[in-house]
Design a protein around this ligand. Structure first.
Ligand code: ATP
Ligand code: ATP
Ligand code: MG
Ligand code: MG
Lengths: 254, 254
């Protein structure tokens, strides 16, 4: 039975792609079969693994009816595969806005693939439109990367309310998989204030692991590699590996 | 004749709101009548000026037909007014998707207000949906904040192509007002690489002023104030004031 996790937050630039990509790679390194699904038309998760502009892709599955198996790509990690996105998905928001069952398109795609993978991780765009809705309907859990800044904290209640609405209307099994503090700088007063506030309100739903601000994480995508291949000894690599281990430990206890 | 500038970039977290808000305040301090229009449902520009959750707002104008004049709010700066946004705008993307002339809703709102202001600055959400489309149809110029990172650079050609399409289909006067390098850290190799690439391709369309990474800029919104009221001597305040002066100098030459 695979774990389907949507990495979502409508606030932009909080580390969704960096988290989805590097967590997927870390879990694969730890021996789990992982599929990374990119539903963001920016296709950053795809290009961060060297799969920019490839075809077939998710658009071809959703709109041209090709089989999902045809759009699975291998990576340098034997246990990590990718279902890439494309800019063409931008049209989806408008093309699908009025379609029947427009929120259940992705769940049909992923449904057939679920048995093959232990984890399916979905990278979402910075909005609460049709594409993110599809990811929330498909997922069991939502992992929320939270930048330790004021605007990011302000947007959290909107996101939590949206997850509740999707749970009630479309997907009763959906739950908060966890909140991950990203771009964390312990010397910064604002960071510590945001952390204190979030841990007070959400308690154990906040991962113990925090992801520090680390320039190596922002350099890795230009080489089309996860942080573990670009700079395995960096603080960013260690943090995402610790997160993967924390996740496996939590899962073992469930 | 007012200058209408859309601050847009579908890449998230690149400094759109921080630029729209602080540039608007800087121009007002330099004596220009300025209106800041927030079309992002996150309403960060509104809350960054202490106007979180106020009503009436842009949603009431677009969907409930109230007069735009009723949703203009004063700020601590006599020459800066705000037309605030609200979370309710999220429904717009779906509610308006099929409406006739859905791309021209904002231009009708702003049309009546244009004579009152020398500058109208529009903050956009991190997407290329209906709301950003409305801003691009309304604006004469697009100001593109560009974070000096790989994913942000990757998204630039998509944005430039979208601006071209909107110019051709809806708004012939639309042009690239300028590209602004944000969160700039001169010690960082990636920053310098992105700068070199962008200045090579876009030349004088790139502002000489760059906005440094400055933690005071991220602290100011939690006080509901522009950087000039929160910490006028900060590097962030000086950079946005220099940008405003560069803009006025360029305009004088036109
Ligand atoms: N911990 C970190 N330290 C330093 N840089 C980071 C870190 N995490 C992400 N970045 C960089 O910050 C930028 C934003 O991160 P990312 O693109 O992953 O966010 P996102 O939430 O996916 O953005 P979007 O909302 O556009 O999808 C990227 O350039 C990325 O390389
Ligand atoms: N030059 C800067 N130095 C330091 N922090 C900054 C700077 N500019 C913006 N920030 C902070 O970085 C975060 C992202 O900036 P901002 O919200 O303005 O980007 P945006 O493009 O409007 O995001 P979105 O895509 O969600 O609308 C915010 O928390 C902001 O306070
Ligand atoms: Mg992303
Ligand atoms: Mg913004």
């Amino acid at each position: 039975m695979s774990r389907i996790i949507a990495v979502a937050n409508q606030k932009g630039g909080v580390g969704k792609t960096t988290t989805a990509l590097n967590l997927a790679a870390a879990l694969a390194i730890l021996g789990q079969e992982v599929l990374l699904v990119d539903v963001d038309p920016q296709a950053n998760a795809s290009s961060g693994l060297g799969l920019r502009g490839v075809s077939p892709n998710l658009y071809d599955i959703l709109l041209n009816g090709i089989f999902p198996e045809k759009a699975l790509y291998k990576t340098d990690y034997p246990k990590l595969e990718v279902l890439p996105s494309t800019i063409d998905l931008i049209g989806c928001e408008v093309e699908l806005a009025a379609a029947q069952g427009r929120e259940r398109l992705l769940v049909q795609v992923i449904g057939n693939l679920a048995e093959r993978y232990r984890y399916i991780i979905i990278d979402c765009p910075p909005s609460l439109g049709i594409l993110t809705l599809n990811a929330l309907v498909t997922a069991q859990g939502v992992l929320i990367p939270l930048q330790c800044e004021y605007y990011a904290l302000e947007g959290l209640s909107l996101l939590i309310n949206t997850v509740r609405k999707v749970k009630k209307a479309f997907n009763p099994r959906l739950y908060l998989y966890g909140i991950l503090l990203t771009m964390y700088d312990g010397r910064n007063k604002l960071t510590r204030q945001v952390e204190a506030e979030v841990r007070k309100h959400f308690g154990r739903a906040v991962f113990e692991t925090v992801i520090p601000r680390n320039v190596r994480l922002s350099e890795a995508p230009s080489h089309g590699k996860p942080i573990f291949a670009y700079d395995p000894s960096s603080r960013g690599a260690r943090a995402y590996m610790t997160l993967a281990q924390e996740i496996l430990k939590r899962e073992a206890k469930l």
